[in-house]
Design a binder for this molecule. Sequence first.
Ligand SMILES: [Zn+2]
Length: 152
Amino acid sequence: MRSDDPRIDRHEVDGQTLFLPSADALAEVLAAGELDGRPVGVGRLPDEYRKVTDSVAGLVIALGADRTPDKPWWVYHLVWRTGRYYRVQVEGQKHGCGWAGVTGNHRVMAVYLGADDPLARMRANWDAPTQPCPGCGEALDRPALFVAGLAM
Ligand SMILES: [Zn+2]
């Protein structure tokens, strides 16, 4: 498949063009294992990312080209907050009050790999509004730009 397929949206996120395939386009890309002739992710990671987005509402998968033409696409999880997309690392958290769920952490440098100057991009997003524990309203142990009430 080509990245200019009409079922693939483009968004500028952290100075990098990210490609957001529709569910059916993503299924085709993963089945083919390539987009624009470039491999998609490494090993089973893209499939595992898709499984997570299938079970957690609000998470989106995006692909980002590496600056080296033949290197695999980077695969990201995004969430829409305050009028834009953010990259997040999906994490499971349990809180002292008993709440457990899935959260998205934007303060992880790994999710900015593929953008220019990942450390600066992480810093630029550092103060994006985090969410409290849905169970008790106190701060969660790890930053949560995104909170899903999925039982763990
Ligand atoms: Zn709590």
